[in-house]
Ligand binder design. Structure first.
Ligand code: ADP
Ligand code: MG
Length: 314
């Protein structure tokens, strides 16, 4: 317990409520209720974990529905697990609640979380509950598993590989899509089950920002074909094509997957995508060197400087 915690018995009463809502999974030997959870380990699989913190006033506002806040807090982590091509298993939720928010608010918040946890068959296996005079902060950790050595990293792209994106990008923050998106867990598993995916990342900071991570960590250059980028219908259709493309490349919070495959695998993917129920577009290619380039109507144009980055004050 923390000195800033909700005064008991409400904290323990709340934890008990969460425990009753949470559903188990085979890997969970011990969930909520003790000092720590116990998860079983299988010799042929590896654990993959990710944590994301979201804060009121930064990632959502005090007006955002608590159900959607809870949903997003978990969904963004599931997207990271998807980007590794892992299967999510368990989640741990740390919440710091404003003292002014009552039990109803936190139950609604958990309502959004629990619905998504059920949909993706993951167990809420633990957490921590505090309250304070500041804004709402939620830290979500997700643990997933993947067969040994089969997690897909950002660093495996090779010169000549084709660059693909799932779904469509742009306009997520102006619509409610950034709160309601479906993390691409199934798509990632189908992709690695059928194709040799060389690198993968999820798009949180914007396609142009996130493609930099693949380029830098794989030590390749990348050319994006602007005309091939699937622009989401959430991007204002009355704007000029170049403005729309810029939204698609830099808005962020799309939570689609950006990945690379060899040209042979890419050809096969384009042929089989429909029958595998995958929506993918080839949007570029990896090159030698380290340059990032954008081609529109056959002409190279400056690569957008995009991507969200938190100021750390140093
Ligand atoms: P401790 O003081 O030993 O950390 P807590 O009272 O904080 O114990 O937690 C008791 C149990 O309840 C633990 O299993 C913990 O993981 C779980 N728990 C606490 N808060 C939450 C929460 N917000 N969501 C899910 N589980 C929680
Ligand atoms: Mg604790």
């Amino acid at each position: 317990m923390n000195p800033e915690s909700m005064p008991s018995p409400s904290e323990f009463d709340f934890i008990d409520w969460v425990r009753q809502q949470s559903v188990g999974r085979d890997e969970i030997v011990l969930g909520i209720g003790d000092d720590a959870a116990i998860l079983s380990q299988s010799p042929d699989r590896e654990w993959v974990s990710a944590v994301d913190v979201i804060t009121e006033g930064v990632h959502f506002t005090s007006e955002t529905s608590p159900k959607l806040v809870g949903r997003k807090a978990l969904a963004i982590n599931l997207s990271d697990i998807a980007a590794m091509a892992a299967t999510p298993v368990a989640t741990f939720i740390g919440i710091v609640l404003p003292k002014t928010r009552g039990r109803k608010y936190v139950e609604n918040l958990y309502g959004g979380l629990l619905d998504l946890a059920k949909e993706y068959d993951i167990c809420i296996a633990g957490g921590d509950t505090n309250s304070w005079d500041g804004p709402l902060v939620i830290s979500v950790t997700v643990m997933g598993t993947v067969p040994n050595g089969q997690a897909i990293l950002r660093s495996g792209a090779k010169s000549g590989d084709w660059l693909f994106v799932t779904g469509a990008v742009g306009g997520s923050l102006n619509s409610e899509r950034h709160l309601k998106f479906d993390p691409r867990v199934r798509e990632a598993r189908v992709l690695v089950g059928h194709f040799d995916v060389t690198s993968m990342i999820d798009i949180s900071d914007g396609l142009a920002g996130d493609v930099r991570h693949i380029a830098a960590q794989s030590e390749v250059g990348i050319v994006i074909e602007g005309d091939q980028v699937p622009i989401h219908s959430d991007v204002d259709s009355t704007r000029d094509p170049e403005v729309r493309l810029n939204h698609a490349l830099t808005d962020g919070e799309d939570f689609e997957l950006l990945f690379t495959v060899s040209p042979q695998e890419g050809t096969r993917l384009l042929r089989k995508a429909n029958s595998l129920n995958l929506t993918v577009s080839k949007i570029g290619e990896c090159t030698t060197g380290s340059e990032l380039r954008l081609r529109i109507n056959g002409a190279m144009t400056p690569f957008p400087v995009g991507g969200w980055c938190h100021e750390l004050g140093y």
